[in-house]
Design a protein around this ligand. Structure first.
Ligand code: FAD
Ligand code: DHB
Length: 448
């Protein structure tokens, strides 16, 4: 029996897409393209065995994080079929505590594509944030500085839940708890994914594969050596994050620069607070008692006018390294990388999830053109189109990180940081730069 909500019926054999050089050279034994050179049509999923497992799809997606799920969702709107393969269980991906800040257009995309009811209802819309240093808070009026754009605080796992429910309710295919996923024949017109489930091996033939399997996934390493160039910056600090059952102590996010290190006050709901502390990169969570966490947060968030941080039971805690990483190009043959599989940003800019969404918007648009017309121009330009935004976001995230974290005893650097904070909080032009990047640059939204 197929896992619930995951099987799709087979109707007709898939037809191969047009093979432009950038999508991989034609290979010996490859089937001839149809006369009209058109790519395969939806409804092409095939099954093997008892009809339980699809053996063909148009777009095989590895990973059911925000990138993979959004891609599957956007493709379905264009009538393009996909199969999502995820190594974790549905429960796990729906509970995994991660990002919490959605850019203006991430929310707009959810609303316009029919998965935005809950984020509109339960998301916390923020029109400003606070930069705190030298014991004083300074508001950055995000919306006023950006023509009314805002961010929404809504947990990543809520986005994931909304997308999974929507895909399964509309007959989409997501296979959870698959093992040993591998991708093959990427430089041909007929790439394949093999994977295990329930003790058996399965094979999925695809037109295209999307590597949405995060930073530690298998798709990026499957690209032959020498094809990709990686660019990396590792920071001498990490974040200790907690989720606490206590009401937020402020209505807006607070990014605090303190001589003992960075601290961030965020939230998830009127009764749940999310807080972060800069810690050394090799820090062990065991060394942090509840008292130590609250006391350090208290110190780093304190103000000269008596800000009071409300403490409470800590529900979850963890340490996350900060890293900047980009691979170029984000494509090899018929494999397209998206989200954390292709790039990582340090969390200070709150961009990782949003950048993953931006990638798959571009990929879905390119695939829609490909399937509608057989043209590969947008697919050929996928990497270039994404990397422009990726590097803008990399710069912003690096800049926020450098401005707000304490780097050892570097007194010269410390004074530069104070000068930067002073400038950003006193110059409208500098504040606008922060605001514009923080609420997010425009996405290609449907209907605009
Ligand atoms: P992932 O979410 O990592 O999804 C990849 C999926 O692939 C996972 O479900 C994984 O289980 C699956 N997978 C991996 N390997 C395989 C395999 N071999 N086979 C099948 N499946 C596989 N971003 C923001 O925008 N705003 C924030 O405020 C923010 N805060 C953050 C705070 C923390 C503590 C952390 C850790 C991250 C934060 N981020 C934030 C970053 C954000 O969470 C990531 O950028 C985002 O999850 C990227 O989505 P993705 O779909 O590309 O990758
Ligand atoms: C949160 C995470 C971030 O990385 C950030 O910059 C702001 C908020 C959060 O989890 O709420």
């Amino acid at each position: 029996m197929p896992p619930p909500g995951t099987a799709r019926p087979v109707r007709e054999p898939v037809r191969e897409p047009v093979g432009e050089p950038v999508l991989g050279e034609p290979v010996a034994g490859r089937r001839r393209l149809p006369e009209d050179g058109r790519p395969s049509r939806p409804g092409a999923a095939g099954h093997r065995g008892e009809g339980a497992w699809p053996v063909r799809t148009q777009v095989g997606i590895v990973g059911a994080g925000p990138a993979g799920l959004f891609l599957s969702h956007l493709l379905a709107r264009h009538g393009i079929e996909s199969v999502v393969l995820e190594s974790r269980s549905r429960e796990y991906v729906e509970q995994r505590l991660r990002a919490g800040v959605l850019e203006n257009d991430t929310v707009e995309l959810m609303v316009r594509t029919g998965v935005g009811d809950r984020v509109r209802r339960e998301g916390l819309v923020h029109e400003g944030l606070e930069l705190r240093y030298a014991g004083r808070g300074h508001r950055i009026a995000l919306s006023e500085l950006t023509g009314g754009r805002s961010i929404t605080v809504y947990g990543q796992q809520e986005v994931v839940k909304d997308l999974i429910r929507s895909r399964l309710d509309s007959g989409g295919t997501i296979h959870f708890e698959v093992s040993d996923v591998d991708v093959h024949d990427l430089d041909t017109g007929a790439p394949r994914i093999t994977f295990g489930h329930g003790g058996e091996r399965h094979e999925l033939a695809c037109d295209v594969i999307a590597g949405c399997d995060g930073f530690h996934g298998i798709t990026r390493p499957a690209i032959p050596a020498g094809v990709l160039t990686g660019y990396e910056r590792v920071y001498p600090f990490a974040w200790l994050g907690i989720l606490a059952a206590t009401a937020p102590s402020a209505t807006e996010l607070i990014y605090s620069y303190h001589q003992r290190g960075f601290a961030l006050h965020s939230m998830r709901s009127p009764s749940i607070t999310r807080l972060y502390l800069q810690v050394p990169p090799d820090e062990q969570i065991d060394g942090w008692s509840d008292d130590r966490i609250w006391s350090e947060l208290d110190t780093r968030l304190s103000t000269t006018d008596g800000f009071a941080l409300a403490a409470g039971p800590i529900l979850e805690r963890g340490i996350t390294p900060l890293r900047s990483y980009v691979v170029e190009p984000m494509q090899y043959g018929r494999l397209f990388l998206a989200g954390d599989a292709a790039h990582i940003v340090p969390a200070t800019g709150a961009k990782g999830l949003n950048l993953a969404v931006a990638d798959v918007c571009v990929l879905a648009g390119a695939l829609a053109r490909f399937y509608a017309t057989g043209r590969t121009d947008l697919l050929d330009g996928y990497s270039r189109a994404c990397l422009r935004r990726v590097w803008r976001v990399q710069h912003f995230s690096w800049w926020m990180t450098s401005m707000l974290h304490r780097a050892g005893d570097d007194e010269f650097g410390h004074r530069l940081q104070l000068s930067q904070l002073d400038y950003v909080t006193s110059s409208r032009a500098a504040a606008t730069t922060l605001a514009e990047n923080y609420v997010g640059l425009p996405l290609p939204l449907p209907g605009s």
